[in-house]
Design a binder for this molecule. Structure first.
Ligand SMILES: NC(=O)c1ccc[n+]([C@@H]2O[C@H](COP(=O)([O-])OP(=O)(O)OC[C@H]3O[C@@H](n4cnc5c(N)ncnc54)[C@H](OP(=O)(O)O)[C@@H]3O)[C@@H](O)[C@H]2O)c1
Length: 276
């Protein structure tokens, strides 16, 4: 596989998933970009990304102007321009503030939706042009959570749960609309590249240089944070493998088949499909 261009939104604080994923994908030979929030600009952990020579941009997901600036900065970066994989990793989760659902307010919900749902929607929207420049047609990997599952609902942390369930719907909608010309204002000619439910299959028809179908998956990255039930390194290795499987095939123009990853589906870090 040729090196991919990958933008990881959310560098992760200290041992956060975003940082470890950016590091792993860089070690695997890909051109990785990371982001941090303007308010954490002077945090020593930002320097860790720079030590790995990972180009960084500032973005605050609660500010659409900031996201539009990110898209412009990426498009004009000497190593940017086209984007193979966008990883929406940034998110907020407050386990110590959990309460019965009656105790949460509309503002609690809005706070989570702004970062966990609307932020990934806006990054996907404003980076679409760069994603279309990829020979694979652009892949979006939304870092979700098993808490998003309606089928497997154990209760707790309603604002987080709702915002990640909505993120999964964004994933499924991008995958469903990725083959429709109406998705793009200037006429996206991917009708001949019917996705057929399998990530990457759409590229086969393209042959020479046309973009494939924009598509997305959601991924539960494992419980590596507050609950520490899973091993961070193993989980990050698994998510990195999913990133590479999204663009499987030696050259997007020849048509990677995505090794049976289903467009718009919900996966665990180890590739197991999760139920909605
Ligand atoms: N770790 C787990 O156990 C677990 C389990 C299930 C799902 N997840 C999901 O995995 C993702 C990463 O989790 P993590 O454990 O690595 O969390 P983390 O260490 O808290 O990192 C979260 C990242 O999101 C960024 N962020 C927060 N608000 C932002 C905003 N308004 N604009 C831009 N960036 C913002 C943070 O930036 P700063 O560094 O500047 O604060 C940080 O880089 C999240 O989406 C989380 O919901 C994690």
């Amino acid at each position: 596989m040729p090196p991919l261009t990958v933008l990881v939104i959310g560098r992760g604080a200290n041992r956060g998933i975003g940082f470890e994923l950016a590091r792993k994908l860089t070690v695997n030979g890909h051109q990785v970009f990371g982001t941090y929030r303007p308010v954490t600009r002077d945090d020593p952990t930002v320097q860790q990304l720079k030590a790995y020579k990972i180009p960084t941009f500032e973005v605050d997901l609660t500010d659409e102007d900031s996201i539009m600036r990110l898209a412009e900065d990426y498009a004009t970066h000497p190593r940017g321009g086209a984007l193979d994989v966008l990883i929406n990793c940034a998110g907020i989760y407050f386990p110590l503030s959990d309460r019965p659902f009656q105790a949460f307010t509309a503002d609690d919900l809005l706070e989570h939706f702004k970062v966990n749902t609307i932020g990934p929607f806006l990054t996907s929207k404003h980076l679409t042009r760069s994603l279309r420049g990829s020979p694979w047609g652009g892949r979006i990997l939304n870092i979700s959570s098993d808490a998003a599952s309606i089928a497997d609902n154990t209760g707790g942390n309603l604002p987080y749960r709702l915002s990640k369930t909505a993120l999964n719907q964004l994933t499924a909608t991008i995958a469903a609309e990725g083959t429709r010309p109406s998705l793009f204002e200037d006429g996206y000619s991917s009708l001949e590249a019917a996705v057929g439910g399998v990530v990457g299959a759409g590229n086969i028809a393209n042959g020479g240089g046309g973009a494939g179908a924009l598509t997305a998956i959601s991924v539960h990255p494992g419980h590596t944070g507050f609950w520490k039930r899973d091993d961070l390194e193993r989980c990050v290795d698994g998510v990195a493998a999913l990133v590479e499987r999204l663009c499987d095939g030696d050259d997007g123009r020849k048509g990677g088949r995505g090794r049976e990853l289903e467009a718009g589906a919900f996966y665990r870090w180890d590739g197991k499909k999760l139920s909605w």
